[in-house]
Design a protein around this ligand. Structure first.
Ligand SMILES: Cc1cc2nc3c(=O)[nH]c(=O)nc-3n(C[C@H](O)[C@H](O)[C@H](O)COP(=O)(O)OP(=O)(O)OC[C@H]3O[C@@H](n4cnc5c(N)ncnc54)[C@H](O)[C@@H]3O)c2cc1C
Length: 511
Protein backbone atom coordinates (compact mmCIF):
# COMPACT_ATOMS: atom_id res chain seq x y z
CA UNK A 1 0.00 0.00 0.00
CA UNK A 2 1.53 3.35 -0.99
CA UNK A 3 1.14 5.06 2.35
CA UNK A 4 3.68 6.46 4.76
CA UNK A 5 3.66 5.32 7.48
CA UNK A 6 0.47 3.30 7.99
CA UNK A 7 -2.74 2.02 6.38
CA UNK A 8 -5.70 4.39 6.49
CA UNK A 9 -7.94 4.93 9.50
CA UNK A 10 -11.68 5.45 9.05
CA UNK A 11 -11.37 9.10 10.06
CA UNK A 12 -8.79 11.83 10.80
CA UNK A 13 -9.01 15.22 12.43
CA UNK A 14 -7.83 16.79 9.19
CA UNK A 15 -7.91 15.43 5.67
CA UNK A 16 -5.73 17.34 3.21
CA UNK A 17 -6.43 16.89 -0.49
CA UNK A 18 -3.37 17.28 -2.72
CA UNK A 19 0.30 17.55 -1.78
CA UNK A 20 1.68 20.79 -3.25
CA UNK A 21 3.13 23.67 -1.23
CA UNK A 22 -0.19 24.80 0.25
CA UNK A 23 -1.44 21.32 1.07
CA UNK A 24 1.83 20.25 2.66
CA UNK A 25 2.03 23.43 4.73
CA UNK A 26 -1.47 22.74 6.03
CA UNK A 27 -0.60 19.11 6.80
CA UNK A 28 2.69 19.98 8.50
CA UNK A 29 1.10 22.63 10.72
CA UNK A 30 -1.92 20.47 11.55
CA UNK A 31 0.24 17.47 12.45
CA UNK A 32 2.53 19.65 14.52
CA UNK A 33 -0.49 20.97 16.42
CA UNK A 34 -1.26 17.39 17.40
CA UNK A 35 -4.13 16.78 14.99
CA UNK A 36 -4.33 13.40 13.26
CA UNK A 37 -3.61 14.33 9.66
CA UNK A 38 -3.99 12.54 6.36
CA UNK A 39 -2.65 13.76 3.00
CA UNK A 40 -4.42 12.28 -0.03
CA UNK A 41 -2.52 12.51 -3.33
CA UNK A 42 -3.92 11.10 -6.57
CA UNK A 43 -0.58 10.29 -8.23
CA UNK A 44 2.17 7.94 -7.05
CA UNK A 45 4.31 10.89 -5.94
CA UNK A 46 3.86 13.88 -3.64
CA UNK A 47 4.62 17.47 -4.52
CA UNK A 48 2.79 18.20 -7.78
CA UNK A 49 3.90 21.30 -9.69
CA UNK A 50 5.25 22.65 -6.40
CA UNK A 51 7.98 20.00 -6.48
CA UNK A 52 9.00 21.28 -9.94
CA UNK A 53 9.08 24.86 -8.74
CA UNK A 54 11.96 27.11 -7.81
CA UNK A 55 10.57 27.09 -4.26
CA UNK A 56 10.54 30.88 -4.11
CA UNK A 57 7.90 32.07 -1.65
CA UNK A 58 6.64 35.66 -1.63
CA UNK A 59 6.14 36.04 2.11
CA UNK A 60 6.86 39.72 2.81
CA UNK A 61 7.73 41.34 6.10
CA UNK A 62 9.34 38.37 7.80
CA UNK A 63 12.47 37.88 9.85
CA UNK A 64 14.20 36.33 6.82
CA UNK A 65 14.11 39.60 4.87
CA UNK A 66 15.20 41.47 8.01
CA UNK A 67 18.20 39.16 8.44
CA UNK A 68 19.12 39.78 4.81
CA UNK A 69 19.05 43.53 5.46
CA UNK A 70 16.37 44.22 2.85
CA UNK A 71 14.25 47.36 2.78
CA UNK A 72 11.17 45.15 3.15
CA UNK A 73 8.19 45.54 5.46
CA UNK A 74 4.53 44.62 5.62
CA UNK A 75 3.74 48.27 4.87
CA UNK A 76 5.97 48.26 1.81
CA UNK A 77 4.34 45.08 0.55
CA UNK A 78 0.92 46.61 1.19
CA UNK A 79 1.85 49.64 -0.93
CA UNK A 80 3.20 47.38 -3.65
CA UNK A 81 0.06 45.24 -3.80
CA UNK A 82 -2.15 48.35 -3.71
CA UNK A 83 -0.35 49.59 -6.83
CA UNK A 84 -0.19 46.25 -8.63
CA UNK A 85 -3.47 44.39 -7.99
CA UNK A 86 -6.39 45.20 -10.29
CA UNK A 87 -9.44 44.27 -8.23
CA UNK A 88 -8.30 43.28 -4.76
CA UNK A 89 -10.40 41.71 -2.01
CA UNK A 90 -9.10 43.94 0.83
CA UNK A 91 -9.83 41.45 3.61
CA UNK A 92 -7.98 38.59 1.99
CA UNK A 93 -5.08 40.81 0.94
CA UNK A 94 -4.74 42.13 4.49
CA UNK A 95 -4.96 38.60 5.94
CA UNK A 96 -2.16 37.57 3.59
CA UNK A 97 0.03 40.53 4.59
CA UNK A 98 -0.58 40.15 8.32
CA UNK A 99 -0.06 36.41 8.44
CA UNK A 100 2.94 35.99 6.12
CA UNK A 101 5.53 36.94 8.82
CA UNK A 102 3.75 34.79 11.41
CA UNK A 103 3.82 31.81 9.08
CA UNK A 104 7.52 32.26 8.41
CA UNK A 105 8.17 32.41 12.16
CA UNK A 106 6.15 29.23 12.72
CA UNK A 107 7.98 27.40 9.95
CA UNK A 108 11.40 28.57 11.05
CA UNK A 109 10.71 27.41 14.59
CA UNK A 110 10.88 23.86 13.22
CA UNK A 111 14.29 22.24 12.98
CA UNK A 112 13.36 20.74 9.62
CA UNK A 113 12.72 24.12 8.00
CA UNK A 114 15.28 26.76 7.19
CA UNK A 115 14.57 29.75 4.94
CA UNK A 116 16.77 32.27 3.18
CA UNK A 117 16.40 35.27 0.87
CA UNK A 118 16.67 34.57 -2.84
CA UNK A 119 17.56 37.55 -5.05
CA UNK A 120 14.91 37.65 -7.81
CA UNK A 121 13.47 40.92 -9.13
CA UNK A 122 9.83 41.68 -8.47
CA UNK A 123 7.58 41.84 -11.49
CA UNK A 124 6.27 45.42 -11.44
CA UNK A 125 7.95 48.80 -11.21
CA UNK A 126 5.63 50.08 -8.49
CA UNK A 127 5.83 51.80 -5.10
CA UNK A 128 7.05 49.41 -2.41
CA UNK A 129 9.09 47.28 -4.80
CA UNK A 130 12.25 45.92 -3.17
CA UNK A 131 15.35 46.06 -5.40
CA UNK A 132 16.34 42.45 -6.24
CA UNK A 133 13.14 41.28 -4.60
CA UNK A 134 12.07 40.00 -1.19
CA UNK A 135 11.22 36.38 -2.03
CA UNK A 136 12.50 33.66 0.24
CA UNK A 137 13.13 29.96 -0.24
CA UNK A 138 13.91 26.88 1.85
CA UNK A 139 17.63 26.23 1.97
CA UNK A 140 18.95 23.20 0.11
CA UNK A 141 19.20 19.97 2.04
CA UNK A 142 20.73 16.56 1.33
CA UNK A 143 18.22 13.79 0.65
CA UNK A 144 19.85 11.60 3.29
CA UNK A 145 19.01 14.19 5.96
CA UNK A 146 15.29 13.55 5.49
CA UNK A 147 13.04 10.50 6.08
CA UNK A 148 13.89 7.89 3.38
CA UNK A 149 10.23 6.79 3.14
CA UNK A 150 9.26 10.35 2.33
CA UNK A 151 12.12 10.74 -0.13
CA UNK A 152 10.89 7.68 -2.04
CA UNK A 153 7.57 9.48 -2.60
CA UNK A 154 8.94 12.88 -3.61
CA UNK A 155 8.17 13.92 -7.17
CA UNK A 156 11.52 14.52 -8.91
CA UNK A 157 12.59 17.88 -10.37
CA UNK A 158 10.96 18.84 -13.65
CA UNK A 159 14.00 18.13 -15.82
CA UNK A 160 14.10 14.58 -14.47
CA UNK A 161 10.34 13.97 -14.52
CA UNK A 162 9.89 15.37 -18.02
CA UNK A 163 13.24 14.79 -19.70
CA UNK A 164 14.90 11.98 -17.76
CA UNK A 165 17.85 14.05 -16.49
CA UNK A 166 20.03 12.53 -13.77
CA UNK A 167 18.86 12.64 -10.15
CA UNK A 168 20.38 14.91 -7.52
CA UNK A 169 21.52 14.05 -4.02
CA UNK A 170 20.69 17.55 -2.78
CA UNK A 171 17.17 18.90 -2.71
CA UNK A 172 16.79 22.54 -3.67
CA UNK A 173 13.92 24.90 -4.53
CA UNK A 174 10.54 23.19 -4.64
CA UNK A 175 12.16 19.84 -3.89
CA UNK A 176 13.50 21.23 -0.63
CA UNK A 177 10.15 22.84 0.15
CA UNK A 178 8.07 19.72 -0.34
CA UNK A 179 10.73 17.37 1.04
CA UNK A 180 11.08 19.36 4.24
CA UNK A 181 7.31 19.83 4.74
CA UNK A 182 6.50 16.19 3.98
CA UNK A 183 9.18 15.06 6.43
CA UNK A 184 7.59 17.29 9.08
CA UNK A 185 4.18 15.71 8.40
CA UNK A 186 5.46 12.17 8.84
CA UNK A 187 7.65 13.00 11.84
CA UNK A 188 4.60 14.38 13.62
CA UNK A 189 2.50 11.30 12.96
CA UNK A 190 0.75 12.39 9.77
CA UNK A 191 0.08 9.98 6.92
CA UNK A 192 0.91 10.48 3.24
CA UNK A 193 -1.30 8.36 1.02
CA UNK A 194 -0.33 8.40 -2.64
CA UNK A 195 -2.48 6.88 -5.41
CA UNK A 196 -5.44 8.07 -3.38
CA UNK A 197 -7.67 10.09 -5.67
CA UNK A 198 -10.39 12.17 -4.05
CA UNK A 199 -13.48 11.93 -6.21
CA UNK A 200 -16.20 13.32 -3.96
CA UNK A 201 -16.90 15.38 -0.88
CA UNK A 202 -19.59 14.39 1.65
CA UNK A 203 -21.68 17.07 3.29
CA UNK A 204 -24.12 16.28 6.09
CA UNK A 205 -26.37 18.80 7.81
CA UNK A 206 -24.41 21.59 6.14
CA UNK A 207 -20.98 20.38 7.29
CA UNK A 208 -18.34 18.67 5.17
CA UNK A 209 -17.61 15.46 7.04
CA UNK A 210 -15.75 13.14 4.68
CA UNK A 211 -14.22 12.56 1.28
CA UNK A 212 -14.65 9.67 -1.10
CA UNK A 213 -11.36 8.30 -2.36
CA UNK A 214 -10.45 5.98 -5.23
CA UNK A 215 -7.57 3.82 -3.98
CA UNK A 216 -5.58 1.01 -5.59
CA UNK A 217 -7.77 -1.43 -3.63
CA UNK A 218 -11.09 0.23 -4.37
CA UNK A 219 -13.15 3.20 -3.20
CA UNK A 220 -13.21 4.23 0.47
CA UNK A 221 -14.81 6.99 2.47
CA UNK A 222 -12.54 8.79 4.93
CA UNK A 223 -13.99 10.98 7.65
CA UNK A 224 -12.66 14.41 8.59
CA UNK A 225 -13.77 15.37 12.10
CA UNK A 226 -12.24 18.87 12.14
CA UNK A 227 -12.08 19.65 8.45
CA UNK A 228 -11.07 18.97 4.87
CA UNK A 229 -8.40 21.27 3.41
CA UNK A 230 -8.24 21.30 -0.38
CA UNK A 231 -4.93 22.19 -2.01
CA UNK A 232 -5.16 20.16 -5.17
CA UNK A 233 -3.99 22.49 -7.93
CA UNK A 234 -6.23 24.23 -10.42
CA UNK A 235 -7.95 22.89 -13.54
CA UNK A 236 -4.98 23.42 -15.84
CA UNK A 237 -4.89 19.73 -16.75
CA UNK A 238 -8.49 19.68 -18.04
CA UNK A 239 -8.94 20.89 -21.60
CA UNK A 240 -12.69 20.75 -21.09
CA UNK A 241 -12.66 23.09 -18.06
CA UNK A 242 -10.13 25.40 -19.70
CA UNK A 243 -12.42 25.78 -22.70
CA UNK A 244 -15.48 26.20 -20.49
CA UNK A 245 -13.88 29.00 -18.48
CA UNK A 246 -12.05 30.70 -21.35
CA UNK A 247 -8.56 30.01 -20.06
CA UNK A 248 -5.98 30.51 -22.82
CA UNK A 249 -3.23 27.96 -23.44
CA UNK A 250 -3.91 24.24 -23.25
CA UNK A 251 -3.81 21.20 -21.00
CA UNK A 252 -1.04 19.90 -23.24
CA UNK A 253 1.13 22.98 -22.66
CA UNK A 254 0.66 23.40 -18.91
CA UNK A 255 3.53 22.71 -16.50
CA UNK A 256 1.43 20.64 -14.08
CA UNK A 257 2.64 17.04 -13.96
CA UNK A 258 0.87 14.79 -16.43
CA UNK A 259 -2.48 13.46 -15.26
CA UNK A 260 -2.84 15.90 -12.38
CA UNK A 261 -4.83 19.00 -11.57
CA UNK A 262 -7.95 18.39 -13.61
CA UNK A 263 -10.09 20.50 -11.27
CA UNK A 264 -12.10 17.50 -10.13
CA UNK A 265 -11.94 18.40 -6.42
CA UNK A 266 -13.05 21.96 -7.18
CA UNK A 267 -15.98 20.49 -9.09
CA UNK A 268 -16.78 18.02 -6.29
CA UNK A 269 -16.84 20.87 -3.77
CA UNK A 270 -19.04 22.91 -6.11
CA UNK A 271 -21.43 19.95 -6.32
CA UNK A 272 -21.52 19.96 -2.51
CA UNK A 273 -22.60 23.62 -2.60
CA UNK A 274 -19.33 25.57 -2.68
CA UNK A 275 -19.17 28.92 -4.45
CA UNK A 276 -16.77 29.15 -7.38
CA UNK A 277 -15.21 32.02 -9.25
CA UNK A 278 -13.67 30.85 -12.48
CA UNK A 279 -11.95 33.91 -13.79
CA UNK A 280 -10.25 32.11 -16.65
CA UNK A 281 -7.03 33.21 -15.01
CA UNK A 282 -3.68 31.45 -14.81
CA UNK A 283 -0.04 32.04 -13.99
CA UNK A 284 1.06 32.31 -17.61
CA UNK A 285 4.44 32.02 -19.33
CA UNK A 286 5.97 31.52 -22.75
CA UNK A 287 6.35 27.79 -23.35
CA UNK A 288 9.08 26.25 -25.49
CA UNK A 289 7.30 23.77 -27.78
CA UNK A 290 8.64 20.21 -27.65
CA UNK A 291 8.45 17.33 -30.10
CA UNK A 292 5.95 15.50 -27.82
CA UNK A 293 3.51 18.44 -28.06
CA UNK A 294 4.23 19.83 -24.59
CA UNK A 295 5.31 23.38 -23.83
CA UNK A 296 7.82 24.18 -21.13
CA UNK A 297 8.12 27.23 -18.89
CA UNK A 298 10.79 29.57 -20.27
CA UNK A 299 12.12 32.69 -18.61
CA UNK A 300 15.27 34.75 -18.43
CA UNK A 301 15.77 35.51 -22.13
CA UNK A 302 19.40 36.62 -22.52
CA UNK A 303 19.38 37.16 -26.26
CA UNK A 304 17.21 36.60 -29.34
CA UNK A 305 13.79 38.03 -30.11
CA UNK A 306 10.25 36.71 -30.34
CA UNK A 307 8.16 37.16 -33.49
CA UNK A 308 4.57 36.33 -34.34
CA UNK A 309 3.56 34.39 -37.42
CA UNK A 310 4.05 37.49 -39.58
CA UNK A 311 7.67 37.85 -38.48
CA UNK A 312 7.12 40.91 -36.28
CA UNK A 313 8.03 41.49 -32.63
CA UNK A 314 5.09 42.21 -30.36
CA UNK A 315 6.56 42.81 -26.91
CA UNK A 316 9.53 43.08 -24.61
CA UNK A 317 10.82 39.51 -24.47
CA UNK A 318 12.52 40.23 -21.12
CA UNK A 319 9.25 41.03 -19.34
CA UNK A 320 8.33 38.84 -16.37
CA UNK A 321 7.00 35.61 -17.88
CA UNK A 322 3.37 36.01 -16.82
CA UNK A 323 3.24 39.48 -18.35
CA UNK A 324 4.77 38.26 -21.61
CA UNK A 325 2.41 35.26 -21.64
CA UNK A 326 -0.56 37.60 -21.39
CA UNK A 327 0.71 39.60 -24.37
CA UNK A 328 1.06 36.34 -26.31
CA UNK A 329 -2.55 35.49 -25.47
CA UNK A 330 -3.83 38.78 -26.89
CA UNK A 331 -3.67 37.77 -30.57
CA UNK A 332 -4.05 34.42 -32.35
CA UNK A 333 -1.04 35.02 -34.64
CA UNK A 334 1.18 34.95 -31.53
CA UNK A 335 0.48 31.30 -30.72
CA UNK A 336 2.64 29.74 -31.89
CA UNK A 337 5.40 32.34 -32.00
CA UNK A 338 8.98 31.87 -33.16
CA UNK A 339 11.93 32.77 -30.97
CA UNK A 340 14.84 33.76 -33.22
CA UNK A 341 18.41 33.54 -31.95
CA UNK A 342 21.92 33.19 -33.26
CA UNK A 343 24.90 30.97 -32.58
CA UNK A 344 26.45 32.96 -29.72
CA UNK A 345 25.66 30.16 -27.24
CA UNK A 346 26.61 27.36 -29.60
CA UNK A 347 23.08 26.61 -30.75
CA UNK A 348 21.55 26.50 -27.26
CA UNK A 349 18.55 28.62 -26.35
CA UNK A 350 19.68 31.92 -24.77
CA UNK A 351 17.07 31.52 -22.04
CA UNK A 352 16.14 29.18 -19.19
CA UNK A 353 13.66 26.54 -20.36
CA UNK A 354 12.44 23.92 -17.90
CA UNK A 355 13.45 21.71 -19.59
CA UNK A 356 15.05 22.82 -22.89
CA UNK A 357 15.50 19.36 -24.41
CA UNK A 358 18.21 18.37 -26.85
CA UNK A 359 18.62 20.84 -29.76
CA UNK A 360 19.24 17.87 -32.10
CA UNK A 361 15.84 16.39 -31.16
CA UNK A 362 14.16 19.76 -31.69
CA UNK A 363 15.81 20.18 -35.10
CA UNK A 364 14.84 16.64 -36.13
CA UNK A 365 11.22 17.22 -35.08
CA UNK A 366 10.94 20.71 -36.59
CA UNK A 367 10.15 22.45 -33.29
CA UNK A 368 13.43 24.25 -34.06
CA UNK A 369 14.66 25.15 -37.53
CA UNK A 370 18.04 26.51 -38.50
CA UNK A 371 19.49 28.36 -41.49
CA UNK A 372 22.62 30.26 -42.48
CA UNK A 373 20.78 33.50 -43.17
CA UNK A 374 17.83 35.22 -41.55
CA UNK A 375 16.03 35.23 -44.91
CA UNK A 376 16.38 31.45 -45.23
CA UNK A 377 15.24 31.04 -41.65
CA UNK A 378 12.14 33.07 -42.50
CA UNK A 379 11.36 30.79 -45.46
CA UNK A 380 11.74 27.73 -43.23
CA UNK A 381 9.09 29.05 -40.80
CA UNK A 382 6.83 30.32 -43.56
CA UNK A 383 7.36 34.02 -42.84
CA UNK A 384 8.05 36.77 -45.39
CA UNK A 385 11.91 36.97 -45.56
CA UNK A 386 11.82 40.74 -46.01
CA UNK A 387 9.74 41.18 -42.84
CA UNK A 388 11.90 38.96 -40.63
CA UNK A 389 15.11 40.48 -42.02
CA UNK A 390 13.79 43.97 -41.27
CA UNK A 391 12.76 42.88 -37.74
CA UNK A 392 16.24 41.53 -36.99
CA UNK A 393 18.01 44.53 -38.54
CA UNK A 394 15.89 46.97 -36.54
CA UNK A 395 16.56 44.99 -33.35
CA UNK A 396 20.31 44.95 -34.08
CA UNK A 397 20.16 48.73 -34.44
CA UNK A 398 18.57 48.91 -30.98
CA UNK A 399 21.36 46.71 -29.64
CA UNK A 400 23.90 49.14 -31.03
CA UNK A 401 22.19 52.26 -29.68
CA UNK A 402 21.17 50.58 -26.42
CA UNK A 403 17.52 51.67 -26.77
CA UNK A 404 14.64 49.39 -27.75
CA UNK A 405 12.46 52.09 -29.32
CA UNK A 406 9.59 49.65 -29.82
CA UNK A 407 9.16 47.88 -26.47
CA UNK A 408 11.68 49.36 -24.01
CA UNK A 409 13.55 46.09 -23.45
CA UNK A 410 16.25 46.57 -20.84
CA UNK A 411 14.69 49.58 -19.13
CA UNK A 412 13.40 47.75 -16.05
CA UNK A 413 15.42 46.01 -13.33
CA UNK A 414 13.77 42.67 -14.15
CA UNK A 415 14.78 42.88 -17.84
CA UNK A 416 18.45 42.81 -16.99
CA UNK A 417 18.25 40.35 -14.09
CA UNK A 418 19.19 37.39 -16.29
CA UNK A 419 20.82 39.24 -19.17
CA UNK A 420 24.58 39.43 -19.55
CA UNK A 421 25.04 41.43 -22.74
CA UNK A 422 28.18 43.52 -23.14
CA UNK A 423 26.75 46.36 -25.25
CA UNK A 424 25.24 49.65 -24.04
CA UNK A 425 22.08 47.78 -22.93
CA UNK A 426 22.68 44.42 -21.20
CA UNK A 427 19.32 43.10 -22.41
CA UNK A 428 19.96 43.86 -26.09
CA UNK A 429 22.49 41.62 -27.84
CA UNK A 430 22.70 41.66 -31.64
CA UNK A 431 21.54 38.64 -33.62
CA UNK A 432 24.28 38.36 -36.20
CA UNK A 433 26.21 35.13 -35.81
CA UNK A 434 25.15 32.37 -38.20
CA UNK A 435 23.69 29.82 -38.14
CA UNK A 436 20.37 31.23 -36.98
CA UNK A 437 17.70 29.26 -35.15
CA UNK A 438 13.93 29.72 -34.77
CA UNK A 439 12.34 27.87 -31.83
CA UNK A 440 8.58 27.38 -31.72
CA UNK A 441 6.83 28.86 -28.67
CA UNK A 442 3.33 28.33 -27.30
CA UNK A 443 1.48 29.73 -24.29
CA UNK A 444 2.25 27.67 -21.21
CA UNK A 445 1.23 28.16 -17.59
CA UNK A 446 2.28 27.25 -14.07
CA UNK A 447 -1.32 26.48 -13.19
CA UNK A 448 -4.72 28.12 -13.36
CA UNK A 449 -5.92 30.29 -10.48
CA UNK A 450 -9.69 30.36 -10.53
CA UNK A 451 -11.83 28.03 -8.47
CA UNK A 452 -13.27 27.86 -4.97
CA UNK A 453 -14.29 31.13 -3.32
CA UNK A 454 -12.61 31.45 0.06
CA UNK A 455 -12.49 34.08 2.77
CA UNK A 456 -9.68 35.56 4.85
CA UNK A 457 -9.43 32.34 6.89
CA UNK A 458 -9.32 30.03 3.90
CA UNK A 459 -12.93 28.94 4.52
CA UNK A 460 -14.83 27.89 1.41
CA UNK A 461 -18.00 29.89 0.87
CA UNK A 462 -21.43 28.38 0.36
CA UNK A 463 -22.83 29.37 -3.05
CA UNK A 464 -26.34 29.67 -1.66
CA UNK A 465 -25.70 31.61 1.55
CA UNK A 466 -22.34 33.31 0.99
CA UNK A 467 -21.33 31.99 4.42
CA UNK A 468 -18.45 29.59 5.16
CA UNK A 469 -19.18 25.90 4.74
CA UNK A 470 -18.31 24.30 8.09
CA UNK A 471 -15.47 21.82 7.75
CA UNK A 472 -14.30 22.92 4.29
CA UNK A 473 -11.17 24.95 3.60
CA UNK A 474 -9.16 25.53 0.44
CA UNK A 475 -5.94 27.10 -0.73
CA UNK A 476 -3.37 26.95 -3.54
CA UNK A 477 -4.48 27.04 -7.16
CA UNK A 478 -7.74 25.37 -6.14
CA UNK A 479 -9.05 28.80 -5.11
CA UNK A 480 -9.79 32.06 -6.90
CA UNK A 481 -6.46 33.79 -6.31
CA UNK A 482 -6.02 36.56 -3.75
CA UNK A 483 -3.91 38.25 -6.43
CA UNK A 484 -6.66 38.14 -9.08
CA UNK A 485 -5.22 38.52 -12.57
CA UNK A 486 -1.82 39.69 -11.36
CA UNK A 487 1.41 37.78 -10.67
CA UNK A 488 3.02 40.41 -8.43
CA UNK A 489 6.36 38.84 -7.67
CA UNK A 490 8.40 35.62 -7.68
CA UNK A 491 6.90 33.16 -5.22
CA UNK A 492 3.39 34.64 -5.29
CA UNK A 493 1.67 31.29 -6.06
CA UNK A 494 3.42 29.39 -3.26
CA UNK A 495 3.41 32.31 -0.82
CA UNK A 496 -0.36 32.76 -1.04
CA UNK A 497 -0.98 29.00 -1.00
CA UNK A 498 1.06 28.59 2.18
CA UNK A 499 -0.42 31.59 4.00
CA UNK A 500 -4.02 30.52 3.43
CA UNK A 501 -3.13 26.93 4.33
CA UNK A 502 -1.82 28.16 7.64
CA UNK A 503 -4.83 30.39 8.24
CA UNK A 504 -7.10 27.43 7.54
CA UNK A 505 -5.31 25.33 10.16
CA UNK A 506 -5.51 28.19 12.64
CA UNK A 507 -9.25 28.52 12.06
CA UNK A 508 -9.81 24.81 12.34
CA UNK A 509 -7.90 24.69 15.64
CA UNK A 510 -9.97 27.54 17.01
CA UNK A 511 -13.30 25.89 16.15
C1 LIG B 1 9.36 25.08 -13.24
C2 LIG B 1 8.44 25.84 -12.32
C3 LIG B 1 8.97 26.74 -11.41
C4 LIG B 1 8.11 27.43 -10.56
N1 LIG B 1 8.66 28.22 -9.60
C5 LIG B 1 7.85 28.80 -8.68
C6 LIG B 1 8.42 29.48 -7.57
O1 LIG B 1 9.63 29.54 -7.39
N2 LIG B 1 7.56 30.05 -6.67
C7 LIG B 1 6.19 29.96 -6.81
O2 LIG B 1 5.46 30.49 -5.98
N3 LIG B 1 5.64 29.28 -7.83
C8 LIG B 1 6.44 28.68 -8.75
N4 LIG B 1 5.87 27.95 -9.75
C9 LIG B 1 4.41 27.82 -9.80
C10 LIG B 1 3.93 26.92 -8.67
O3 LIG B 1 4.78 25.80 -8.58
C11 LIG B 1 2.50 26.40 -8.87
O4 LIG B 1 1.62 27.38 -9.33
C12 LIG B 1 2.01 25.90 -7.51
O5 LIG B 1 3.00 25.09 -6.96
C13 LIG B 1 0.76 25.11 -7.61
O6 LIG B 1 0.50 24.58 -6.31
P1 LIG B 1 -0.79 23.69 -6.07
O7 LIG B 1 -0.67 23.16 -4.70
O8 LIG B 1 -1.97 24.47 -6.47
O9 LIG B 1 -0.65 22.52 -7.13
P2 LIG B 1 0.40 21.35 -7.20
O10 LIG B 1 1.69 21.71 -6.61
O11 LIG B 1 0.40 20.86 -8.61
O12 LIG B 1 -0.20 20.24 -6.26
C14 LIG B 1 -1.48 19.70 -6.48
C15 LIG B 1 -1.45 18.22 -6.16
O13 LIG B 1 -2.80 17.81 -5.96
C16 LIG B 1 -2.95 16.54 -6.53
N5 LIG B 1 -4.37 16.35 -6.85
C17 LIG B 1 -5.08 16.96 -7.82
N6 LIG B 1 -6.34 16.50 -7.82
C18 LIG B 1 -6.43 15.58 -6.82
C19 LIG B 1 -7.47 14.75 -6.34
N7 LIG B 1 -8.69 14.77 -6.89
N8 LIG B 1 -7.21 13.92 -5.31
C20 LIG B 1 -5.97 13.87 -4.74
N9 LIG B 1 -4.94 14.63 -5.19
C21 LIG B 1 -5.17 15.48 -6.20
C22 LIG B 1 -2.07 16.59 -7.77
O14 LIG B 1 -1.76 15.30 -8.22
C23 LIG B 1 -0.87 17.38 -7.28
O15 LIG B 1 0.14 16.54 -6.78
C24 LIG B 1 6.70 27.24 -10.63
C25 LIG B 1 6.19 26.33 -11.54
C26 LIG B 1 7.05 25.63 -12.36
C27 LIG B 1 6.45 24.63 -13.29
Amino acid sequence: MPTVPAPLQPAYDVVVVGSGGGAMTAAALAAKAGLSTLVLERTALVGGTSAYSGGACWLPGSAVQQRAGLPDSTEGARAYLAAVLDDPDPERVEAFLQHAPELVAALEADELMELEWIPFSEYYDAPGRVPMGRSIQPTSIRRDQLDPGVMALLRPPVERDRAGAAGRSTLSGGQALIGRLAAMVVRDGGTLATEHHVVDVRREAGRVTAVVVDTPTGPVEVGATRGVIVGAGGYEGSQELRALHGTPGSAEWTMAPRGTNTGDVIEACAKAGAATDYSGEGWFCPGLAHPDGSGTFTLGFRGGLMVDQTGRRYGNECLPYDRFGRIMAEAPERIPSWFVFDNREGGRLPAIAMPEGDPADHLAAGTWVTADTVADLARAIDVDPAVLTATVERFNGFAESGVDEDFGRGEDEYDTFFAGGTGPNKALTPIDQAPYVAARFVLSDLGTKGGLVTDEAGRVQDAATGRPIPGLYATSNSVASVFGSRYPAPGAPLGAAMVFASLAVRDLLAE
